[in-house]
Design a binder for this molecule. Structure first.
Ligand SMILES: Cc1cc2nc3c(=O)[nH]c(=O)nc-3n(C[C@H](O)[C@H](O)[C@H](O)COP(=O)(O)O)c2cc1C
Length: 202
């Protein structure tokens, strides 16, 4: 099939894009609300889009009824968040934190998630993930009435010691098991990797 984007409904575009552009990395995001409660939620319309400086973008849509998501409200108000990269061990907890807990309820407390202090921003990081990137807001890009892209700069890196080789600055692939998101409640493991020879002009 082929179709002009404008001839598809929003739902149809969502179904196609989220099923076809896969697997997507997941930004498991921690923010602080006004009362200082830690909010945790996953976002897979996300990627790292630069390294110098480190740039991340997270795309947040409204809830039905147009209520803004807590992550967006908190990140816009404080200008800070932490992107935590999820591995297999924390997949179920990550998934659970996407449930619609009322604003003010900490998904971290509700799911028993261990947190650890950040260094450069106030929201804590998730303690046991392989990687956390502390981020500061650079720009909010408004798309339409309600979708917002949070463009942030990564200002502090935390790499879990067991996956990091300080001598080579390499990640130990045999200990790093990130997951990606497919459509809906489906996820992918990343254990089945393959390598190709360097590309040369033939
Ligand atoms: C793996 C996964 C990825 C998600 N990606 C997004 C996303 O990219 N954008 C979005 O608005 N919601 C996304 N969601 C839904 C949010 O996580 C969900 O609405 C959450 O309750 C928002 O929480 P908050 O109000 O505490 O920010 C995703 C959910 C899951 C499970």
């Amino acid at each position: 099939m082929d179709a002009a984007a404008a001839d598809l409904t929003a739902r149809q575009r969502y179904k196609l894009l989220t099923a076809l552009v896969v697997p997507r990395p997941i930004a498991w995001t921690t923010t602080l609300n006004e009362a200082g409660t830690v909010n945790v939620a996953p976002f897979s319309f996300f990627n790292v889009l630069g390294d110098d400086p480190p740039i991340v973008i997270i795309s947040i849509n409204p809830r039905p009824g147009a209520r803004l998501k807590d992550t967006l409200v908190n990140a816009q108000r404080t200008g800070e968040w932490v992107v935590n990269i999820v591995d297999e061990a924390l997949a179920e907890t990550m998934h659970q934190t996407s449930a619609e807990y009322p604003a003010g309820v900490s998904e971290a407390e509700a799911t028993g998630l261990a947190l650890a202090p950040s260094k450069a921003v106030k929201p804590p990081r998730i303690r046991d993930v392989p990687f956390s990137l502390e981020c500061r807001l650079r720009q909010v890009i408004e798309i339409g009435e309600t979708r917002r892209l949070l463009l942030g700069e990564g200002v502090h890196f935390h790499v879990r010691d067991d996956i990091f080789d300080p001598e080579t600055f390499r990640i130990r692939g045999e200990k790093f098991f990130p997951i990606g998101r497919f459509y809906g409640n489906r996820y992918a493991r990343t254990r089945d990797q393959f390598e190709l020879p360097p590309a040369v002009v033939e």
